[in-house]
Design a protein around this ligand. Structure first.
Ligand SMILES: [Zn+2]
Length: 103
């Protein structure tokens, strides 16, 4: 199975680490809704077809990716960065703004 990393291009799945189900939404950390936490921790979808998954290119650029994979054929129909359009959160631009503020 090949996953096309937006940075590195097509790479064998052995370079990637599965990070989990991409459909889960974490409850507010201050929430004491035990039913919501129980669902977040234990409930998983098991679709026969397209599934949203989180993968990390751990053997490459280490970027986290949102992948849509068909669980029957392993065909990948979509790969995108987890955050923003560059996948590295806002850390880079925040550091740049900080450096610009000092100049
Ligand atoms: Zn990569």
């Amino acid at each position: 199975m090949l996953i096309t990393c937006p940075y590195c291009g097509p790479r064998d799945v052995i370079e990637f680490t599965y990070q989990g189900d991409g459909n889960r939404e974490r409850p507010d950390p201050a929430s004491q809704n035990f039913e919501a936490w129980n669902a977040y921790v234990y409930d998983r979808l098991n679709p026969a077809g397209d599934h949203n998954e989180i993968w990390q290119h751990s053997g490459g650029c280490r970027t986290h990716l949102r992948v849509v994979r068909n669980t029957l054929t392993h065909e990948i129909s979509s790969v995108a960065f987890m955050r923003g359009d560059h996948g590295r959160g806002d850390h880079g631009s925040a550091a740049r703004r900080k450096a610009e503020d000092k100049s």
